[in-house]
Write a protein that binds this ligand. Structure first.
Ligand SMILES: Cc1ncc(COP(=O)(O)O)c(C=O)c1O
Length: 369
């Protein structure tokens, strides 16, 4: 983890970003605000509403801005620990888009449910049974979404009869209530061809919508169908039968997602120092311990010709075809995966016109449980 090793916070406000010690995580406030406004505006006249996914940045201040922008019904998160942080920070309609299993976690979930409305995903009767036992024993109520696998092959029960049967079986269980379905088309979010993404995601989300209609026809109301992403918000997010859009990355963006969504700005960067220059290359002081690499190499802001062919060192990044830099210069790296990069830092240095205007804690950074 990168600890807060900057000079005292108050001294940084108003200072140019290049005075930060590196590496440090930066958020361009105006760019992030424009992204947030763009999605809120998009959903302002749609049936579906946003339920922004906290796992993107794990920062409650940024999450609050997403909800305050409008067209949002609540917040999504991936981990129980994220839900604890959200509940402690006053968020009151939390979806944990994941299965919560085991006594320790169920006890923690009960504590969250004492503070706020919480809904969890299930895809197996056993999860529902243990959840129901905990809820009854601790006198709380938890909403559940039956997760349907629409092609990702991660969690999720088969759409159609299997989902209907599971929904029917959980109806009598005390302490939990069936609130609807979850269907995430994560297997399609990296399809760069927008038409292909549109066609495929419609086809696959239709499986969840058909399942919804089947459950409704069996006399069980389906309050919500929750899913979708930054890659598909204007595709599956406008289908009749979809109610909630769990887009996350739009708030920060990264260079991978920018190829799919050029209309959204890359607001998240890492300030790096050039620690060596030789043979036309510059070596930066950030490797995969400071910018996640599972989606490929980062890019360097304002240096479109720069190339990073092999981003794999722990603490170094060798940039080719970058000119005009000297040892000691600072550059901004745009990570290839915002979510796992934010998870490495404890603070977002928020800047406007290249000057630091605020510092927001990333409260859920590094949190695995
Ligand atoms: C369950 C779930 N919903 C939605 C998303 C969409 O997030 P993003 O907009 O960042 O792609 C994800 C991403 O991992 C997810 O796991």
């Amino acid at each position: 983890m990168i600890r807060a090793n900057q000079p005292h916070i108050e001294n940084l406000i108003g200072r140019p970003i290049h005075e930060l010690d590196s590496p440090a995580l930066l958020l361009d406030l105006a760019a992030s605000d424009r992204n947030i406004a763009q999605l809120s505006q998009f959903f302002s006249d749609k049936h579906a509403q946003l339920r922004p996914h906290f796992k993107n940045h794990k920062c409650s201040t940024l999450a609050r801005r997403q909800l305050d922008a409008g067209s949002a019904v609540g917040i999504t998160c991936a981990k129980l620990g994220e839900a604890e942080i959200l509940a402690d920070n006053g968020f009151n309609d939390i979806l944990i888009a994941n299965q919560i299993v085991g006594d320790i976690k169920l006890r923690r979930l009960s504590d969250v449910a004492q503070k706020t409305n919480v809904t969890v995903a299930i895809d197996h009767l056993e999860q529902a049974r243990t959840l129901s036992q905990m809820a009854s024993a601790t006198n709380i109520t938890v909403g559940v979404l039956v997760e349907v696998d629409i092609g990702m092959n991660r969690c999720g029960i088969e759409p159609g009869n299997a989902a209907l049967e599971l929904t029917q079986k959980i109806q009598p269980l005390p302490g939990i209530y069936f609130n609807g379905l979850q269907a995430y088309e994560g297997h399609l979010v990296n399809l760069e061809d927008a038409t292909e993404r549109q066609v495929q995601s419609h086809q696959d989300m239709q499986l969840a919508i058909d399942t919804r209609r089947m459950i409704e026809a069996a006399g069980i109301p389906v309050n919500t169908l929750s899913g979708c992403s930054t890659a598909t918000y204007d595709m599956t997010g406008i289908m009749a039968g979809v109610d909630e859009v769990q887009a996350g990355t739009y708030a920060t963006m990264d260079c991978t997602y920018h190829k799919l969504r050029p209309e959204l700005e890359m607001a998240l960067t890492i300030i790096c120092t050039v620690i060596s220059c030789h043979g036309g290359n510059a070596v930066l002081d950030v490797g995969v311990k400071g910018a996640s690499g599972e989606f490929g190499s980062p890019i360097i802001a304002d240096h479109p010709d720069a190339q990073i062919p092999n981003f794999c060192s722990e603490e170094h990044c060798v940039v080719q075809h970058i000119s005009g830099l000297h040892v000691g210069d600072k550059v901004q790296m745009i990570p290839s995966h915002a979510c796992t990069t934010c998870n490495l830092y404890h603070q977002l240095h928020v800047h406007q016109d290249q000057h630091i205007v605020d510092i927001w804690p990333i409260e859920a950074s590094g949190l695995l449980t």
